[in-house]
Design a protein around this ligand. Sequence first.
Ligand code: ZN
Length: 461
Amino acid sequence: MAALLLTGGRVVDPANRLDAKMDVLISGGKITAVGADAAKQASRDVERMDVSDLIVCPGLIDLHVHLRDPGQTTKENIATGTAAAARGGFTSIVCMPNTVPAIDNAGTVALIHERAAQNGVVNVFVAGAITKNIAGEELASIGSLKRAGVVAITDDGHCVQNNELMRRALEYAKMFDLPVMDHCQDYSLVTDGVMHEGYWNTVLGLRGWPSAGEEMIVARNILLAELTGARVHCQHLSAAGSVALLREAKKRGVPISGEACPHHFTLTDAAVAGSEKFWAEDGKALNLQPSTFNLPEWPAYDTNFKMNPPLRTARDREAVLEGLADGTIEILCSDHAPHCDYEKEVEFDYAPFGIIGLETELALSLMQLYHGKRLSLPDLIAKYTINPARLLNLPKGTLAVGADADVTVFDPDREWVFERAGTASKSANSPFFGWKLKGRAVATIVGGKKLWTEQKELVTA
Ligand SMILES: [Zn+2]
């Protein structure tokens, strides 16, 4: 593989506390030099890529992605899902086990590793199920999942309701040094809720999904993490109360962590009532300059605003942003959840939960956290690199010499409009089409190979 020299970029590598203008040399699929040595060590025929005025950081990691492979490949497959990841600037993703069949045994893990090696363009790590068939009744063979190479276990999409079973899952996971990731949803409280329980679901006549339904399980997980000493990671936090619980528990040293998704800290439940209602109130807080373009429009009951957990109030959105800003929530991710048009084009009650997110999450995070002056660039990048790598013990998320040459180059100020036609995903269930976004990946490099570059002219021989 040819050597590649990235010249003149601002290198931001939180794992090594680097933030300075310097060069990066890649050869043999590894990072071989960073800083003044890079140009010196480069051979004369090295391929040079001028990345001045751009950010160069460790390849971004999304630890919450639904690839829908095997079994639901009309929604997405490993080739299209990883292509979407590459376009979004992601070099590693963790796929969720709620496939058909579920990833609850070593054979299915091996199948995904094989398909990812054949058809995937970015690194695919696998999360195994906590329970057999994600049914919440009987533990999966956690030891054999670990031996097959899973990096975590989760019943995502579902939530283990039986606390004793969850306790045993944590005890096994601890023995095998696996973190347990949890989709926090108390079924008895949430019942068949489809959107946040509050003002708007009453106005719209939709069944409510109360914040307490999430907070109850976050509290349960904190207690069980404390009891067992196992590492528990709360997925896609949406409610203010969850953030407060996590903050308090972390202060006490409980081995608990959390993640947030851009839709929860950008949108609110008012969006389900249509764009007019959203822009008139909660949308004002977003940093979009409507003078230069038309604000996106959508009707009430648009099912691309239906996700699980649901969009919540402006107060919850603010609490999630504060949790990200003060370090309570250490990880950013998409919960990329593709669904076919025909599945989403039904009444709100009947539509499946979830939206795609791999291609918009970097921009939305930059807009709300960096341009919104809540997080520095290094702190934001850490939540997409070294923090998820540490949680899952991945040998990724760093530009240290000798590390795999997974590198993301992005422009935090690039303005662009997210178009339906331009997505690499097989599905198009995004609420953000037509949005003018700020910040975009320009090049995605995996194992030293340039997978995708936004501007071909950037690449010079
Ligand atoms: Zn989930």
